[in-house]
Design a protein. Structure first.
Length: 84
């Protein structure tokens, strides 16, 4: 039998996608990039382990997660109900 040796320390790592980001899907956010410049605002439409898809006033924008410095939720006015 030719079996390849198993390295106990070599675990496949998967980027974390089950924390803060799922709560933001469909919400308006402001994203500030590491490179500076103008912040980008829009609604998070989707994401994967490496990218965030944002719907902006000018269209869709794909932002790489490694380029993001901060994500800020845009607060809705008090008493506002999005389900109405």
């Amino acid at each position: 039998m030719n079996e390849e040796p198993v390295n106990e320390n070599a675990k496949a790592t998967k980027p974390l996608t089950n924390g803060f980001l799922p709560t933001l899907k469909g919400k308006k956010v402001v994203i500030r990039l590491v490179s500076g410049g103008q912040p980008v605002s829009g609604t998070i439409e989707g994401y994967n382990p490496y990218e965030i898809l944002l719907q902006t006033a000018k269209g869709q924008l794909l932002v790489f997660k490694h380029a993001i410095a901060t994500i800020e939720i845009v607060n809705e006015p008090r008493g506002y109900r999005s389900d109405v």
